[in-house]
Design a protein around this ligand. Structure first.
Ligand code: 3HC
Length: 311
């Protein structure tokens, strides 16, 4: 039975009202938003690492400039999201501590290596494609600061996906070796991209409550299905084979049937045992300690300025 406060809150959410930072909210609502928004922010920041690896290796100046712009966008997305999480009472330092200690997650997808230039195209096309699928509904999230951050982020994501697809469309028209490189990238990024949407609905511990609170608009499997149905025709356009022998169009369903992702691999990766988890966390911890002098300088400067004002 709901407390009067909780019932009033749920009625606001059901009426499609936005909940703002200073308004009453159930502790569980706050907690799951801190969890999701901070992990979303960590995903953006860690997500810069696989792509950053190729900024100095891009094949042309144009591709380098595009990749630089995208990686810079991801940093900005991370900052918007850390700010949105801070409105719920957690500090930036606390969130970073949770990431560095392994307490907080970030998207599984960033624990895979970027072995060739085609991987950069596959990340734009598939990873940003999946991120868009997952982020567009979040613009309608019941928590105001998160929904508004998503509106800004979604505007930039379409460029991210377009540039990745465009790079691959160029490569598949190149030499047989270039086309094979693109197929190899699809083979390695297809299933991890499907896993981005989270465990299957029956294994999703947060979905029911997150959907009741209109944090999550669609279930994990629903968005995964939409992603497959949208992406398979694009793979065909590129002349590629999707690495799933169970993939086939199902007329009465009006969508594709497809195979099961390797959930053991998924839970292994999000437990910290993926191909690049250690490397990604080491990079973030190094960036944190390398930046300590700068943070200390900023804080000292701010304190001096505050003392001068107080004097
Ligand atoms: N990677 C890592 N952890 C994942 C995951 C994934 N792909 N999918 C699920 N999980 C975790 C959940 O965080 C949860 O663990 P926790 O309790 O420790 O947080 C557990 O697995 C159970 O999953 P649930 O489905 O019950 O959890 P959610 O209801 O939170 O759903 C989600 C998972 C769909 C990822 C949801 O959290 C979400 O929509 N998050 C915000 C969007 C996001 O993070 N998108 C991917 C980031 S990629 C990106 O944005 C960068 C791009 O711009 C390049």
């Amino acid at each position: 039975e709901m407390e009067p406060h909780e019932r009033a809150f749920q009625e606001r959410v059901d009426a499609g009202q936005k909940i703002e930072p200073k308004e009453w909210m159930p502790e569980g609502y706050r907690k799951t938003l801190v969890r999701q928004i901070s992990q979303h922010a960590h995903s953006e920041i860690v997500g810069q690492l696989p792509e950053g690896n190729w900024i100095s290796r891009a094949p042309t100046l144009e591709r380098k400039a595009i990749l630089l712009a995208k990686v810079q966008d991801e940093a900005g997305h991370g900052l918007y999201l850390y700010c949105a999480a801070e409105t719920l009472g957690i500090s930036r330092d606390q969130m970073y501590e949770q990431l560095h200690s392994g307490k907080a997650k970030y998207s599984s997808i960033f624990n895979y290596p970027t072995l060739t230039w085609a991987d950069i195209g596959a990340i734009g096309w598939l990873v940003d494609g999946a991120a868009i699928m997952n982020q567009v509904p979040l613009q309608r999230c019941s928590y105001g600061p998160y929904a508004r951050a998503m509106v800004r982020i979604c505007k930039e994501e379409s460029f991210h996906q377009r540039q990745g697809f465009d790079a691959l469309a160029r490569m598949v028209k190149g030499t047989p070796a270039q086309k094979a490189m693109v197929q190899d990238a699809l083979n390695r990024w297809w299933w991890p991209s499907l896993m981005m949407f989270g465990p299957s609905d029956d294994a999703s511990v947060h979905s029911a409550q997150s959907m009741a609170w209109k944090i999550k608009q669609n279930s994990n499997d629903e968005l995964r299905q939409k992603f497959v149905d949208q992406t398979v025709p694009q793979a065909k356009y590129l002349g590629l084979t999707v690495p799933d022998p169970d993939l086939k169009w199902n007329e009465e369903k009006g969508g594709h049937d497809f195979g099961e992702p390797d959930w053991e691999e998924f839970f292994n990766v999000i437990a910290g045992n993926g191909p690049c988890n250690a490397e990604r966390l080491d990079a973030r911890k190094k960036a944190w300690s390398d930046g300590a002098w700068f943070r200390d300088g900023l804080t000292a400067h701010a304190e001096k300025a505050a003392d001068r004002r107080a004097a």
